[in-house]
Design a protein around this ligand. Structure first.
Ligand code: PEP
Length: 239
């Protein structure tokens, strides 16, 4: 049986308590057949959203975690704290974390291990920059990131392929480019690993991107902020 397509929303550093109105709209909607919905709000909203979503089909996740359980790491949040707040999944290694916070593959790997240790599903992001794509290095970069940042032996771990140049730019790779990278990731990961595509997914392109072989869902940034758009993307994944 085909695995459920995972449509995950990443609100990034957006959302106040009033954002619960969008959550209410998601909770009121029918989740399309064959689709699993996940919303990753900022850490400040995880507990409140998890409480509101309890018993629904909407999962609540987080966007990052520290690798230690606890300790002297001012401003950081551990995977255990996020799990305690109700996070089911944790995104790690997003390109914005890699670029803005200098996160290396080794750090991302420790964060993925921490998410798993806390009982959450790690969603590990990989993706090439435009310069790397233009110089023909895409598959080598992806292979290196997978090798360095994906721990072995974590059942259910999810990989998100997010070309850095497609994030928030309105640009997307061709379906052939997506097919090529997803096939390469699938060949390196244990059978059954879900591989999400992320980068400027919107209602207008979701069905096409989600129909590419080895695309098992989407990681959605900007378009996840509006429930109507996020649900329209989920509709594009329906079986
Ligand atoms: C992201 O940052 O994970 C992302 C895919 O963003 P956007 O959909 O806005 O390109």
């Amino acid at each position: 049986m085909e695995a459920m397509k995972l449509i995950a929303g990443n609100w990034k550093m957006n959302g106040l308590k009033a954002g619960a109105a969008e959550l209410e709209a998601l909770l009121a909607a029918e989740v399309p057949a064959g689709v699993e919905l996940l919303l990753c709000p900022p850490a400040t909203l995880v507990a409140a959203f998890a409480g509101l979503a309890e018993g629904s089909k909407l999962g609540i996740g987080a966007q990052d975690c520290h690798w230690e359980v606890s300790g002297a790491h001012t401003g950081d949040i551990s995977a255990e704290m996020l799990a305690d707040a109700g996070a089911r999944d944790i995104i790690v290694g997003h390109s914005e974390r890699r670029a803005d916070h200098g996160e290396t593959d080794a750090i991302v790997r420790r964060k993925a291990e921490a998410a798993h240790r806390a009982g959450c599903t790690p969603i590990v992001c990989v993706g090439e920059t435009l310069a790397e794509r233009d110089s023909g290095e895409t598959l080598a970069v992806i292979a290196r990131q997978l090798e360095g940042s994906v721990p072995e032996g974590i059942a259910g771990l999810v990989v998100a392929y997010e070309p850095v140049w497609a994030i928030g730019t309105g640009r997307t790779p061709t379906t052939e480019q997506v097919r090529q990278v997803h096939a390469a990731i699938a060949a390196r990961m244990p059978a059954g690993t879900r591989i999400l595509y992320g980068g400027s997914v919107k209602p207008a392109n979701a069905a096409e991107l989600l129909s590419v072989p080895h695309v098992h869902g989407a990681l959605v940034g900007g378009a996840s902020l509006k429930a109507a758009d996020f649900l329209a993307i989920a509709a594009g994944a329906a079986t």
